[in-house]
Ligand binder design. Sequence first.
Ligand SMILES: *Cc1c(COP(=O)(O)O)cnc(C)c1O
Length: 363
Amino acid sequence: MSTSPIPAAKPIIGDEERAAVDRVLRSGMVAQGPEVAAFEAEFGQGLVGGRACVAVNSGTSGLHLGLLAAGVGPGDEVIVPSFTFAATANSVALTGATPVFADIEPRYFCLDPAAVESAVTERTVGIMPVHLYGHPADMTALGEVAQRHGLKVFEDAAQAHAATWKGSPVGTFGTFAMFSLYPTKNMTSGEGGMVSTDDPEIERRLRLLRNQGMLRQYENELVGLNNRMTDIHAAIGRVQLTKLSGWTKQRQENAAFLDANLDGVVVPPVSEHATHVYHQYTIRVTADRDGFVTALREEHGVGCGVYYPIPNHRLPSFGRDLDLPETEKAAAEVISLPVHPSLSGEDLERIVTAVNTLTKAGA
Ligand SMILES: *Cc1c(COP(=O)(O)O)cnc(C)c1O
């Protein structure tokens, strides 16, 4: 039996990615150019039903520019989950608007539509659900809340490339959606983000905002940033996009194996309306989660993660005194086991043996 540790995540970069980068470097044109344009078109066709896509230099930039393009700013409130990566609420705060934290529902770890509805005030302009771990939020119920109160929906799809809700891909529900292309996500461009939208005016503003507010050189229409993606990164992303569906299938097969073989832990449920793409395979351990994590890593060599141990509302950067019981419970109980496509059959057996040994020992 191999005893080398199983990593929690592992970006897969191969010869084709290296060749694509080399092609761009040899061309002598490395900043935003034809590779970015091709990547945007291919991503739009491949993942979001032909919606327009705008590439930027990170997922966080994508959320930030998407919100700015949608007109969100000072005085506005956007309802977000607290149980997510800090980029979700950070992007709202960076526009000058206020992120308002709502609780999650316990099965899928995503925004609870009833909690969202209770958080609506006359300042609320939007809801930003996160498709956490690769499981879509309840876009039907959230869409109804948005409609009742005249709100926009902004999707944080950073972890959910190719996940679906009632047969439609995530990234096709909101005013805009953002996909992260960070190395540990389901596909990568090194660093990067992709924003999808079906609103031509939002698309236009995204293109302006990422490039100093100009579409034609030195004719700056508004105040913008430099959040452009380079052709080097786009070339990597284009190759990765061709491999995504195979990797997603492998993640789903790995998850099915874990579902069938783990004992004594709560395995991740999947809504009948959802296709889960298992960015993370997240279980709940109700007693001594931190001891369980240490034992998995140190005694069994199984890399695992806790996403996220501190809910955003309690981070020093936000510091809000709120009562979000399902968020607190999840933050205390979750462990994400390796589910990435490079796991071998032997790795999966080792993960199962490790978890089942620890639960049997009453950890
Ligand atoms: C990764 C991530 C982001 C930010 O994406 P970056 O590409 O790292 O900037 C935002 N939201 C969630 C839920 C994420 O997981």
